[in-house]
Design a protein around this ligand. Structure first.
Ligand code: CMP
Length: 131
């Protein structure tokens, strides 16, 4: 069975969406293998988002992701990486498809509710940073 990582971001945690979001994955059939709430330090956030270092939005992204608690989970299920990416929707929540998590719960680009690994390589790297 394939595994992937999700991180429910500070905007969603502040709005009380943790249970709603986790339940979508459970209802879909994914199993929660690990679950953790942390407030990321700047150093951890920088390691997590290292591939975006140097991009114009990098500093705002670090400010945002360190602004409060996040909930990270490792989910297991068939085709987990691709299916979970489909379920979260495209990066810009204002354009994300209705029915996706970003499409249903947000409007932001930086503050876009949730992160999910986009490949096996990202999953291995990102889950090692967080767990
Ligand atoms: P995420 O899927 O966690 O991956 C990188 C994050 O950077 C993205 O979600 C957004 O939170 C943030 N971000 C802000 N601006 C942009 C942008 N223009 N393009 C991509 N990601 C952005």
């Amino acid at each position: 069975m394939e595994r992937t990582l999700i991180v429910i971001k500070p905007d969603a945690v502040k709005r009380g969406l943790v249970g709603t979001i986790l339940s979508r994955f459970e209802l879909k059939g994914f199993k929660i293998i690990e679950l953790k709430m942390i407030t990321p330090s700047r150093e951890l956030a920088e390691r997590f988002y290292i591939i975006h270092k140097g991009k114009p939005f990098f500093n705002d992204l670090l400010d945002f992701i360190t602004s409060g608690p996040v909930v990270a989970a490792i989910l297991e299920g068939r085709n987990a990486i691709e299916t979970v990416r489909l379920m979260i929707g495209s990066t810009d929540s204002s354009k994300a498809q209705a029915g996706s998590i970003r499409g249903d719960f947000g409007l932001g680009l930086t503050d876009n509710i949730i992160h999910a690994s986009d490949s096996l390589e990202s999953f291995n790297r990102e889950s090692a940073v967080i767990f």
